[in-house]
Design a protein around this ligand. Sequence first.
Ligand SMILES: [Zn+2]
Length: 94
Amino acid sequence: MTRRGTTASGRAKRLRTCVGCRRRAEPTGLIRLHRGGDGTVGFGAGPGRGAWLCGPPATGACLETAIRRRALERALRHPIPTTEIEALRARLGQ
Ligand SMILES: [Zn+2]
């Protein structure tokens, strides 16, 4: 007999962690970022590795924190070009 905790029931929520402030929340309370095969980074569902930010609306402060800590490129397992960071900022209205 093995006790596996509440996750064994399948009812536990799958929490994601914001790459900026490290807040944990359900996927509905966060916005997903993904990196495309061409190196671009966009919001929303997509193939490949993803990262999560607080939102919606997306939180610019969390994006900035993630960039400063290099948490975003760690999460996406790839360097993020400055042009992509600028594009993300523009989409957040920063
Ligand atoms: Zn956050």
